[in-house]
Design a protein around this ligand. Structure first.
Ligand SMILES: *Cc1c(COP(=O)(O)O)cnc(C)c1O
Length: 427
């Protein structure tokens, strides 16, 4: 396609970079087909939940003020509960981000004297202040909730012996992070998470399990809620918002846990009854409807990136041929210059703010300087094509998103172009 090559050259992608990408793509056909099959299943799952709950135009009406009797909001929560196969769900624009959703889930279900335990090592950066691993006002630690952690074994597997020993009479809630976050450990499959949950509950049957499901939704046909999680938690500006939700978070789980979350989010006594939808229901419904195919696009982008960069000598997590359990691709670029060049490419390929130049800077909630490339319709949305990472060895960039596969592809080619322009790769 000469006209495509011509347009790509106009945009700054050289024929050499394009050709290198096409060679990598040739061997990915079967994997892309498998991803499309998962998307088809998840599309049917979401569609069926919407049909079963009789979604209609009445669901899209805006409410204001207290938001009493908000039919659209309540029905969206039933749709989520049906997709996650849970008794209940809390899905709200008042949940400001993923960290907030996780904070609500934790603080609603942990009381002074209780202990929180992570059997999968250090939690995501922003949660460290929530828990009090790094001191912060209003941390769980300040409220008298203690924390214990069991690290993964060197090969990335669960340290069952130490987990058994760490669970004690105070252990109230176990938190499992599905995605690797800013670490280079593997992301867990839902099946693995199920095995870990079963083990923890065999040691202590009444322990609650929360799964941080950020970036994992719709990558597989099952979710952590299908394998015993009491709460499954995530952000609507990641996978389940489908790129259309402008804000929000969700907690899907047992009635008892979700009710407590609602009391924590609003106020004791008020719970799920209040919280106007402010006209966001069309975006939240439609975004959830699109999410399975958006996630598939992002996942294809992640696989494509690994298949471009790994042969060039950069370690990729997951590896080019590895199975996927989230949409994140870590590429270890080995230097700050590599991270900057990669992120410049992603930024240059964005539909919004393509003219901006990303550079490392301090971010609230993060310990190291962070570089972020995002030219998103929704600020900071990482289901949209984005790349970021803390400036620390092994200088890994975490690449994710892409509302369409075609855009993800262009972004990755552009990142490679910037790496080539900076003399950091030789094609
Ligand atoms: C993104 C993310 C969070 C936090 O979500 P924010 O919306 O950025 O607050 C928590 N855990 C994991 C694994 C994440 O990827």
């Amino acid at each position: 396609m000469d006209e495509l090559l011509e347009l790509y050259e106009t945009m700054g992608i050289s024929p050499a970079v394009y050709a290198y990408g096409e060679r990598a793509l040739e061997k990915l056909k079967d994997r892309f087909t498998a991803i499309d099959q998962i998307a088809e299943y998840n599309q049917a799952k979401v569609l069926w939940a919407m049909q079963k709950n009789r979604v209609s135009a009445a669901c899209f009406a805006a409410t204001t003020g207290y938001g009493y009797d908000d039919y659209g909001r309540d029905n969206l929560e039933r749709v989520y509960a049906d997709v996650f196969h849970t008794e209940a769900a809390l899905v709200r624009p008042q949940i400001t981000c993923g960290t907030h959703a996780l904070t609500v889930a934790l603080s609603a279900n942990l009381l002074p004297g209780d202990e929180l335990m992570s059997p999968v090592g250090m939690p995501y950066d922003t949660l460290q202040e929530v828990i009090g691993i790094r001191e912060s006002p209003c941390s769980l630690k300040e409220y008298g909730v203690s924390y214990r952690q069991v690290d993964l074994l060197p090969d990335g597997s669960f340290d069952y012996d130490s987990i058994r020993k760490a669970i004690n009479e105070k252990t109230k809630l176990i938190t499992i992070q599905r995605s690797k976050g800013y670490a280079t450990r593997p992301t867990f499959s839902v099946k693995q998470i199920g095995e870990l949950i079963a083990f923890c509950k065999s040691v202590k049957p009444d322990v609650l399990v929360m799964v941080d499901n950020c970036y994992g939704e719709f990558v597989e046909t099952i979710e952590p809620s299908d394998v015993g999680a009491d709460m499954t938690v995530g952000s609507l500006i990641k996978n389940p918002g489908g790129g259309l939700a402008p804000i929000g978070g969700y907690i899907a789980g047992t009635k008892v846990c979700v009710e407590r979350c609602a009391y924590r989010l609003s106020a004791p006594g008020l719970g799920q009854e209040v919280g106007a939808n402010l006209g966001l229901m069309p975006a939240l419904y439609q975004g959830f409807f699109l999410a399975p195919t958006v996630v598939a696009s992002a996942e294809k982008g992640a696989i494509f990136a690994a298949n471009l960069y790994e042969p060039l000598g950069f370690r990729c997590v997951p590896g080019a041929d590895e199975d996927r359990h989230d949409i994140i691709q870590a590429v270890e670029l080995g230097s700050e210059a590599g991270m900057v060049a990669f992120c410049k490419g992603i930024q240059a390929a964005a539909p919004v703010d393509s003219f901006a130049t990303p550079y490392p800077s301090d971010m609230p909630g993060y310990n190291d300087k962070v570089i972020m490339a995002a030219g998103a319709f929704v600020q900071g949305s990482s289901i949209e094509l984005s790349a970021d990472g803390p400036i620390r060895p092994p200088y890994a960039v975490y690449f994710q998103g892409g509302l369409t596969w075609n855009h993800a592809k262009i972004g990755i080619l552009m990142s490679l172009q910037k790496m080539a322009d900076a003399g950091l790769v030789q094609l």
